[in-house]
Every structure is written in structure tokens, then in C-alpha cells.
Design a protein around this ligand. Structure first.
Ligand code: ATP
Ligand code: MG
Length: 573
């Protein structure tokens, strides 16, 4: 492609700092253009990247045996009434509208309802199963946080697949196949990622794995063992249960701690290690007005785990201070399990193995030291209710957990009969009886992947595309070609040679731009390889090569440019 015939629309002004870096670079590099909050046009440069990702996804889905179809963006409200999600789908995300006959519709945020409707009419016999349908299509979700650009857009492109089965075993095998397919897609995209155990969330069902691209700006925390044998979203991640030891118990002592209301204040006031303190949170209960949740002083509560406790009311709500005062008789900063008789006490496993610990004395301005479970406290329930921290032992016994930030780019679910049962999607089994189909669904954020790839691959000059998804693999920049026929001829020859070798190359033949501007723009846009053709190096029959990732340059003989680029791109000749 010649730059003079291709629209490159970089902009000079830097977009707002409040926005995430991939968004700033996509806007500045002219890949996307904002139409409205969370709604973007894909400009020619951006569309090339999007199409590359789509192609990798399509290729691997086809290879897995899935079949591509395309469903409508507009979906009738009646179908959503049937599944029970018209009122319930993640509050506010569903954009609803009416047609001229006053019928309810929505812009599809996902397609379980539509595909289940297709399957219940299309699939009649168990002999037609399993089948896995997929599409690459535009979704609309009325998201509230537009500062994330294409990472969390309102209108975005997803690959969503839905599989139908006559047994859970069959579902399990397609689920595993999709796991392998997603691994292959992200590997081909040259991204560093982790597949992690995840919560099934509002979509429901059982068995769910998320794929995260690792990036410091990620919204999710994921925990994994160094050898990769364990990986889970922090929402679910567990540590190996700690074991109690038999340290001798010391005598319980009540100490004055005037105005020491936080753990860190108590730790420095009493000069004790934070790991020997515990903190008590009072939340609303399901069977009793209040429930005490107890954690080691340096640990934090995992809301999702706590919400699953039968004692705790959903959604998890901290008790009002007035209720704490009237029931327990002190302010929230002085509560502790010793002598706490008026609410159930759930103790995290790590707090449950402490001896001679420090806790609030249920009296303003006092703490206990040398507290011991059983001797000094009423009955307790032990549960895992904390967030794991880096260094915790992995639950499978393989070393310690590391915690990194990730961007969720894909999610695979075993849905079971969550949609097929209410929507009566059945096939006839071998005996001719109607049997409800079992379903799986598999999403990957095609447009989110563009942003995630940049979050993982950029520097202070701009984007550093992995070659597999770069808009062009090579840019050829002639210096002052309008003044030097030699430069013009060699650039054009190189360009044609590279194209003929199957390399995607952009010849930056725009005459009006100074070389310095073209270089900066090439770094911003992030072509993996750059060839500069100028009179100075041509005198030695050489051109100047620069690798985008390292910004390291070298002079290359003209005759070797194609071979060297082919080998850098991992392509055989
Ligand atoms: P998130 O937890 O990030 O809100 P989700 O769990 O709602 O996403 P799914 O319903 O599982 O997402 O959708 C499948 C995939 O679609 C996600 O893994 C993600 O890559 C992508 N996706 C979801 N919401 C958006 C969005 N608002 N913008 C861009 N991509 C999205
Ligand atoms: Mg999710």
C-alpha cells in the first residue's frame, strides 16, 4: 500500500490524560474516531488491525469445527421475556427501543436468546448434536465507564459461539476444545495471557474460564502459581489452607488503646506485628440482624466469597454504625470476637490458626492481647473469606501464588440448561422422547483485543504491535525522494519486492511531510519494522533498518532486505 493512497489520520493534540493509554494511542494514531461516548468508527488503519484479529479468530474457530452464522443486532423483547432476562439482564446495560407497531426490541448485548430460538427450530434429533455456531458481530451494552475506549465500549465487536449437546460429557469436551482454541488464538496474536478459573456471574451455569491478557492497567486481579498449574481470578482464588500449630497460650490481657481505631494505628501503638492482629467487620445477616466476619489484620475481605456464606445477606452490606452501637455497645474500630455473644462469627481460615492475637475488646478505647480461639471466644465458623495475596501457598501445593493485573478478553461458560429449559429447546433422544439440550457459550472480545494488545505492547513513543496483528508489518520511508531519483527508485523497488514476497508493506511516499514527522508517526503507529532509504546509506548500497520494539537500528545491504525481513517475520521464503 502507498501512503499517498491510504488515509492515515494521526492527530497532533494529546487526548485527555484521564483516558487509558491504549485509547489515547488509538485516537492519536488515527485508528479510531469517536462518534459518541463509547461509540467509535474504525478508520482504515484501525480496521486493518481489527480484521487481522477477526481473521485469526475465524480461522481457529473454523479449525475447531464450529460453524459461522450471523444473527441480527435487533432482537425482539419477547425472546428476552421467555428467558426471563428482559427485566433482569445486568441492570441498565440493555438498550431497549420500540418499533412502529409499539413492539419491544433491544440492541443485542449477547445472543443466547436468539441462538436458542434458532436451535429449537433447527435441531430436531439428538443425531444432529453436538453443534457449535459462532458469529463475529456488533454488540451494544449501555456501559457506564467510557474512559476505557475500545476496552469497554458501548458498541463493540465480539465473537460469540454457542454449542448444543445431548449430554454434559459432550459439553465438557467442546468446552475443552474451546479452551484449546482460545489458547491458540491468543498465542497466534503473540500476547502474554493466562486462562483462569472464574465466577459464572449473572449468566449462571457451572464451569467457567476467563482468558486474561496481562497488563498493568488491567481491571482484574489474577492469581497464579509460578509453574502455571493453578490460575484463578482473585474473586475465586484460594490459598492452601494454613495449619494450626501448638504455641502455648498466654494470659488474656485487656489494654487501653485510646483513639486507636484502625489496624495500623493499633499495630504501631502496641508495637506488634500486623500478622498477630485480627480485624472484625460487621455485616447484615440473613438469619440474624448482624454477622461478624473476622480476618487477619493484614488481609482483606473477598466480597464474593463472603456473599456465598449462608449467614450473610446478599448483597453484602456493612452494618450501620447505629446498629453496631446498640447491639455490640462500641464503635466499629473496637470490635473483636472475644466475648462477642450476640451475633454469629465467621472466621477466615488464616485468622483461625492464630494464637495469642490482638483484637478489639468490644469497648471503645480498649483491645485485648493474647487472645486465643476456643478459650476466649464463643463458637466460631471457619471459612475462606479473604483475598489471596502474593506469596500465599498455591492451593494445589505447587509453590507460591503471584498476582498480576489482567484484561479479560475471553470467557467460556458451561451454561447447562439455563436457556434451553425456559425456552424449551429440546431434541428427540434415541427413544423418541423430548430431551432438553445442554449448552455452552464462548465469547471473545475482538475489538477489546485491539486495546488489550496495546496495553501490553507500547512504550513512550507509541504502539509496539505484535507482527501478527500490526496494520502493516513494514514501513518504507524514502528521504527526500522528490529531490533524489535514486532514493525514489530504490524505495519503489524495495516496496515492490516486499509486496511480491507477501509482506504487508506501507511505502510512505507522502511528499509534503518532513522525514522527522514520518519517523515519529511510524513509531506512534507502531509498524514492527522500518526501512529508511536515503542518499547517505545508498552510497554504500545500504538502507537503514530499525526494529520498533527495541528501537535498535542497523545498516542493511539493499540486496538482503527482503530475506532479512522474511526471517524476522518468521516467514519461510
Ligand atoms: P466484563 O466483565 O469486562 O464487563 P463480561 O463478563 O460482561 O465483560 P462477556 O459477557 O463474557 O463479558 O462477553 C465476552 C467478551 O466480550 C468479554 O470477555 C470481553 O472480551 C468482551 N466484552 C464484554 N463487554 C465489552 C465491552 N463493553 N467492550 C468491549 N468488549 C467487551
Ligand atoms: Mg466476564
Amino acid at each position: 500500500m502507498k501512503a499517498s493512497q491510504f488515509s492515515i489520520s494521526t492527530i497532533k493534540e494529546t487526548p485527555s490524560d484521564a483516558e487509558i493509554v491504549s485509547h489515547q494511542l488509538l485516537i492519536k494514531g488515527g485508528f479510531i474516531k469517536k462518534l459518541a461516548s463509547g461509540i467509535y468508527s474504525w478508520m482504515p488503519m484501525g480496521l486493518r488491525v481489527l480484521r487481522k484479529i477477526e481473521q485469526i479468530v475465524r480461522d481457529e474457530m473454523d479449525r475447531s469445527g464450529a460453524q459461522e452464522l450471523l444473527m441480527p443486532v435487533s432482537q425482539p423483547g419477547e425472546l428476552w421475556e421467555e428467558s426471563g432476562r428482559w427485566q433482569l439482564y445486568d441492570e441498565g446495560l440493555l438498550l431497549k427501543f420500540k418499533d412502529r407497531h409499539d413492539r419491544d426490541f433491544c440492541f443485542g448485548p449477547t445472543h443466547e436468546e436468539v441462538i436458542t430460538d434458532i436451535a429449537r427450530t433447527e435441531l430436531r434429533s439428538h443425531k444432529q448434536l453436538p453443534v457449535n455456531y459462532y458469529q463475529i458481530q456488533t454488540k451494544f451494552r449501555d456501559e457506564t465507564r467510557p474512559r476505557f475506549g475500545v476496552l469497554r465500549a458501548r458498541e463493540f465487536i465480539m465473537k460469540d459461539a454457542y454449542s448444543f449437546h445431548n449430554s454434559l460429557d459432550c459439553l465438557q469436551s467442546t468446552f475443552e476444545q474451546m479452551h484449546a482454541t482460545y489458547t491458540q488464538i491468543l498465542t497466534r496474536m503473540q500476547l502474554e495471557f493466562r486462562a483462569v478459573d472464574a465466577d459464572s456471574g449473572s449468566i449462571g451455569g457451572s464451569g467457567s474460564i476467563e482468558f486474561h491478557v496481562l497488563a498493568d492497567s488491567g481491571e482484574d486481579l489474577i492469581a497464579f502459581s509460578a509453574d502455571g498449574s493453578y490460575a484463578a481470578n482473585i474473586e475465586l482464588a484460594e490459598a492452601l489452607a494454613p495449619e494450626a500449630n501448638d504455641t502455648p497460650m498466654k494470659a488474656l490481657t485487656k489494654v487501653e488503646t485510646p483513639n486507636q481505631k484502625t489496624i495500623s494505628a493499633v499495630v504501631s501503638f502496641l508495637d506488634v506485628p500486623v500478622e498477630t492482629t485480627i480485624k472484625t467487620l460487621i455485616v447484615e445477616g440473613s438469619q440474624t440482624p448482624l454477622v461478624a466476619l473476622v480476618l487477619r489484620g493484614d488481609h482483606t475481605l473477598n466480597t464474593l466469597k463472603a456473599e456465598k456464606l449462608p449467614e450473610v445477606r446478599q448483597p453484602l452490606t456493612l452494618a450501620a454504625e447505629a446498629d453496631i452501637q446498640s447491639t455490640i455497645g462500641c464503635a466499629p474500630g473496637s470490635i473483636g470476637p472475644a466475648g462477642l455473644n450476640n451475633c454469629p462469627i465467621v472466621v477466615d481460615r488464616s485468622a483461625g490458626v492464630l494464637y495469642n492475637f490482638v483484637c478489639g475488646a468490644n469497648e471503645d478505647g480498649f483491645h485485648f492481647t493474647n487472645v486465643n480461639w476456643h478459650r476466649d471466644t464463643p463458637d466460631i465458623v471457619i471459612a475462606d473469606i479473604r483475598n489471596v495475596v502474593s506469596g500465599d501457598p498455591s492451593p494445589n501445593g505447587n509453590g507460591a501464588l503471584d498476582i498480576r493485573k489482567g484484561i479479560e478478553v475471553g470467557h467460556i461458560f458451561q451454561l447447562g440448561n439455563k436457556y434451553s429449559a425456559p425456552m424449551k429447546a429440546t431434541v428427540l433422544d434415541a427413544e423418541g422422547k423430548a430431551q432438553t439440550m445442554v449448552m455452552g457459550c464462548y465469547g471473545i472480545g475482538v475489538s477489546r483485543l485491539v486495546g488489550a494488545a496495546i496495553e501490553q505492547n507500547h512504550d513512550d513513543k507509541g504502539i509496539v504491535w505484535p507482527a501478527s496483528i500490526a496494520p502493516f508489518q513494514v514501513v518504507v520511508i524514502p528521504i527526500n525522494a522528490h529531490k533524489s531519483p535514486n532514493v525514489e527508485r530504490v524505495s519503489l523497488e524495495l516496496y515492490e519486492q516486499l509486496e511480491a514476497a507477501g509482506i504487508e508493506v506501507l511505502l510512505d511516499d507522502r511528499e509534503q511531510l518532513r522525514p522527522g514527522v514520518k519517523f515519529a508517526e511510524a513509531e506512534l503507529i507502531g509498524y514492527p519494522h522500518r526501512i529508511v532509504v536515503g542518499d547517505r546509506t545508498l552510497a554504500n548500497n545500504e538502507v537503514e533498518y530499525t526494529e520498533r520494539r527495541t528501537l535498535e537500528g542497523a545498516n542493511w545491504p539493499i540486496s538482503e532486505v527482503t530475506t532479512r525481513l522474511l526471517s524476522a517475520l518468521g516467514k519461510a521464503q
